[in-house]
Design a protein around this ligand. Structure first.
Ligand code: NDP
Length: 251
């Protein structure tokens, strides 16, 4: 059974790999055997160094994914530097908060372009490579707001609902061609993204009271789901959005 999760010889392209959930996933994939292309704006030096400590090859690929301009280059550079693209993790994402009545076009476009448009076109660029080799694993990072409405985050909710939808349509189109497309929907995870929320004592308390597991998630908590969805153990799992949320949605 253990071999089903072995990623030795695979190359994983992980966006937003310098910190938070992206770093947690990149390191879990490296521990399971994968070489890592760490994609993002801020160079993921720490992630690359730690992946190498597992004995893996790891390289930085610089890209600002607020536009789709770099997506084809990202995949090409990963292939050139590491020799392949077997796993794509679309993790990079941003959030903007405001009442819907006052929400600006700038805040709409910034979030939707980064969280959804670039995700689609990175899937496309990776799939063009994966289709030639007849196999591949794509993992999109969704959210609890792929299932729920949220408050004061209209572009984020739209983008993450969109990511769940894209995951399903791409799985439909590519499952028979050897590419599994699935998503992870993290719950409340302790990262830079949620720092302000955690520092707000009242909000943090009410969030914690609602999480059955009774604690914030750690980026490492995403690692097991990511390794599963990147490995042969998930070969018959397609178009699934896997909540890793300490039971939040069960409440
Ligand atoms: P962080 O803010 O800690 O990390 C976000 C990552 O995305 C960073 O690496 C950041 O790079 C990168 N990024 C943002 N914009 C761009 C861009 N234009 N181009 C390239 N990279 C970019 O957030 P999390 O780790 O919390 O979030 C990771 C993902 O998980 C996001 O998609 C988020 O929506 C999702 N998520 C998080 C939850 C949570 O509770 N934390 C819950 C549900 C979903 P840089 O450091 O350079 O800005």
């Amino acid at each position: 059974m253990a071999n089903m999760f072995d990623l030795t010889g695979k190359v994983a392209v992980v966006t937003g790999a310098n910190t938070g959930i992206g770093q947690g996933i990149a390191l879990a994939l490296a521990e399971a055997g994968a070489d890592i292309a760490a994609v993002g704006r801020t160079p993921a030096e720490d992630t690359v160094a730690r992946a190498r400590e597992f004995g893996r090859k790891a390289e930085i690929v610089s890209a600002d994914l607020s536009t789709i301009e770099p997506v084809a280059r990202v995949v090409a550079e990963a292939v050139e530097k590491l020799g392949g693209c077997d796993i794509l993790v679309n993790n990079a994402g941003i959030i903007r908060r405001n009442d819907s009545i006052d929400f600006t076009e700038e805040d709409w476009d910034a979030v939707v372009d980064t969280n959804m448009k670039s995700v689609f076109f990175l899937c496309q660029a990776a799939a063009r490579h994966m289709l030639k080799q007849g196999r591949g694993k794509i993992i999109n990072i969704a959210s609890l707001l792929s299932f729920q409405g949220g408050i004061r985050v209209p572009s984020y909710t739209a983008s993450k609902s969109g990511v769940a939808g894209l995951t399903k349509i791409l799985a439909n189109e590519w499952a028979a061609k050897g590419i599994n497309v699935n998503a992870i929907a993290p719950g409340y995870i302790a990262t830079n993204n949620t720092q302000a929320l955690r520092e707000d004592a009242d909000r943090s308390k009410s969030i914690l009271e609602r999480i059955p597991a009774g604690r914030w998630g750690d980026p490492k908590d995403m690692g097991g789901a990511a390794v599963f969805l990147a490995s042969n153990a998930s070969d018959y799992v397609d178009g699934h959005v896997l909540a890793v949320d300490g039971g939040w949605l069960a409440r």
